[in-house]
Ligand binder design. Structure first.
Ligand SMILES: NC(=O)c1ccc[n+]([C@@H]2O[C@H](COP(=O)([O-])OP(=O)(O)OC[C@H]3O[C@@H](n4cnc5c(N)ncnc54)[C@H](OP(=O)(O)O)[C@@H]3O)[C@@H](O)[C@H]2O)c1
Length: 376
């Protein structure tokens, strides 16, 4: 990796302090070329949350506060609908402002969580203004110039950014928290997986929809729906995101495509069925993985017990295993039901749960911002 990767456009450039606008490279396609000296991020950066009023945005504000991220100033941006709303950060009310192309002047780090089209339209403006963008949408994830990072796995990739760093898909991030340490030890070839995804993964409106439908059903009223194509209360929907010609959904292919990039494992294969379940918060994934090397439950458990950001909850005789109720609002993911796969050689089957608003979004984004501060 070249030293261009260590620059930070808003931060201090070692030696001259002028800063260099590398952001234009993403919007124009011209690479600014390597710099003679790296940039470092300010120690107390001005941070913006784009999509601050959303399910992820709210968690980003909480996560910045909870982890004592050294925010110098916090700017909250959302649509015109939210202008004037007040959100609290460190005991102080901050007024939400409208996202515009000029909103990024003076901002060092922008955490985007307002959807792919907003990232597409506004992230280049943020980078041009000298800001480093950490983007939660899928828009930039497969761009070769954009690192896609789970800090427990590939934190070093942060240094290769050109102004934008992508946060992975939530189900992918959670699954890899257990799969990657196993891959390092045993070499994963392929997985078969099914997800059980919480409604908050679709955003604030989907949380309201589940709540409303449960109330309607309990009161014997007709069920109304806006967000999902079918009733989600007391139901499961084998569709997350839109369908591709292959019959898989876009969400289902993210585990393979993003998994390859994050694990630096181009041969990784994943056949996934993603299912939306009437759970408010925290995704679960059942995974059967095939490895190059022989694996045992004991050896896998030893690896998983040492994995960062992961708890092993695996005592089936006492009905102890991870559940979304237990991982909600927790930073760590949890893995259990670890057993030899009975249908594959060198196969292991496990169940993993994680709060997709945290490890799948806000926590991972703030961890990436923490990595930015470490760049020297
Ligand atoms: N939910 C998850 O678990 C999760 C996990 C990983 C990644 N993500 C990604 O994170 C992003 C946000 O998801 P979410 O669940 O937080 O959605 P959400 O609850 O629907 O929130 C959307 C946010 O985007 C803002 N927004 C919408 N249109 C806008 C516009 N034209 N200009 C400026 N701001 C606008 C909304 O502002 P208003 O309130 O003003 O409308 C709100 O703050 C999506 O890209 C999603 O794929 C979500």
């Amino acid at each position: 990796m070249s030293i261009i990767l260590r620059q930070n456009v808003r931060g201090v450039r070692a030696g001259d302090g002028t800063g260099r606008q590398i952001g234009a490279s993403l919007s124009t396609g011209t690479d600014p070329g390597p710099l003679s000296a790296p940039y470092v991020m300010k120690s107390s950066p001005h941070v913006a949350v784009v999509g601050a009023t959303g399910a992820v945005g709210i968690e980003m504000i909480r996560t910045l506060e909870r982890r004592n991220f050294p925010v110098g100033k916090l700017t909250l941006l959302a649509s015109a609908r939210s202008v004037g709303k007040k959100l609290t950060f460190r005991g102080t009310e901050i007024i939400v402002q409208e996202l515009t192309h000029d909103a990024f002047a003076g901002i060092d780090i922008a955490l985007f969580s307002a959807g792919g089209s907003i990232s597409r339209d506004y992230a280049p403006s943020a980078v041009k203004a000298g800001c480093v963008v950490v983007d939660n949408s899928s828009y930039f994830r497969q761009d070769p110039k954009v690192p896609l990072v789970v800090p427990e796995i590939n934190a070093a990739d942060v240094a290769s950014h050109h102004g934008i760093i992508a946060n992975p898909n939530c189900t992918t991030a959670i699954t890899l928290m257990a799969l990657y340490p196993l891959h390092k030890a045993f070499g994963v070839k392929r997985i078969f997986a099914s997800s059980y995804q919480a409604v908050s993964g679709t955003g604030a409106k989907a949380i309201e929809e589940l709540e409303k439908q449960v109330g309607q059903i309990v009161r014997g009223e007709p069920v109304t729906r806006e967000v999902y194509p079918h009733q989600i209360a007391f139901n499961v929907l084998p569709q997350v995101d839109s369908f591709l010609a292959s019959g898989y959904t876009k969400e289902e292919m993210k585990l393979e495509n993003e998994g390859r990039k994050i694990m630096h494992h181009p041969g990784f294969k994943a056949s996934v069925t993603c299912v939306r379940v009437p759970v408010y918060r925290s995704h679960s994934v059942a995974v059967s993985a095939e490895f190059e090397k022989p694996i045992t439950v004991e050896a896998a458990r030893t690896v998983l017990l040492q994995a960062p950001g992961l708890d092993v909850v695996d005592n089936p005789s006492a009905s102890e295993y991870p559940m979304p109720l237990h991982t909600s609002e927790k930073d760590n993911c949890a893995v259990g039901r670890i057993r030899m796969d009975c249908a594959m050689d060198n196969g292991l089957t496990f169940w993993i749960c994680g709060d997709q608003l945290l490890k799948g979004a806000a926590l991972n984004a703030v961890q990436i911002a923490e990595e930015l501060l470490k760049l020297k």
